[in-house]
Ligand binder design. Structure first.
Ligand code: 5RP
Length: 219
């Protein structure tokens, strides 16, 4: 199977995790887009969706799926999203598409996080993929210096502004042996909005598209 076929298979498998009548949290990226396309086929069985980005909201609406404001929603049974890297502990790096903050907010509200990826995303140690950190623009240089003190090599994502009006530093050169600790340490730097480590709230289940079908890993 190609990488895209693996993503599509994982996304299709996630439909089984969507309860009838529910409001579904929907992630951002190419794998999440495959999920949205699959969700459209059962749109009459759900109440609506909460989107983790403007791009996802637009795609949901194009499919005729109602997009709800998170502030008007108290229960999201399931959040479905991709990842840039994930371990067997279901800790993740996310934010390759720049939607990390809203993704983390919707994931925080959701009762279950189902991650959908192709097999290339499963790693032993996080950090080969540069870790995205969303930063308030005026704090960009300060936060970059603090990250250098932590041993990282931050690079400003050129020409990119998040849906929240912030910038992203992509941090290279990290071998993240304790993602729970680093997630907290980065969030303590003044000016950091959030970082792309999803370790304090890991996924509950990974649906991993492989050459031999979809493998399920649950905590
Ligand atoms: C966007 C994300 C995506 O989940 C991540 O980048 C994976 O994307 P793709 O499904 O295109 O490989 O975190 O902010």
């Amino acid at each position: 199977m190609t990488q895209d076929e693996q993503k599509r298979a994982a996304a299709a498998a996630a439909i089984e995790y969507v309860p009838a009548g529910s409001i579904v949290g929907v992630g951002t990226g190419s794998t999440a887009n495959y999920f949205i396309d699959a969700l459209a086929k059962i749109k009459n069985k759900i109440e609506g969706a909460v989107a983790s980005s403007d791009a996802t909201a637009q795609r949901l609406k194009q499919h005729g799926i109602e997009v709800m404001d998170l502030n008007n929603v108290s229960d999201i049974p399931v959040y479905i999203d991709g990842a840039d890297e994930i371990t067997e502990n279901l800790h993740m790096i996310k934010g390759g598409g720049g939607a990390l903050t809203r993704e983390k907010i919707v994931a925080a509200v959701a009762r279950k996080f189902i991650c959908i990826t192709d097999q290339s995303k499963l790693v032993n140690v996080l950090g080969n993929f540069p870790l995205p950190v969303e930063v308030s623009p005026m704090a960009r240089s300060y936060v970059a210096r603090e990250i250098v003190h932590l041993g990282g090599h931050p690079a400003l994502r050129q020409g990119f502004i998040t849906d929240n009006g912030n910038v992203i530093l992509d941090v290279h050169g990290l071998s993240i042996l304790n993602p729970v600790e680093l997630e907290g340490t980065l969030n303590q730097i003044t000016g950091v909005v959030t970082n792309g480590l999803f370790a304090r709230r890991p996924a509950n289940t990974l649906l991993l598209g492989t050459d031999n079908g979809v493998r399920t890993i649950s905590l």
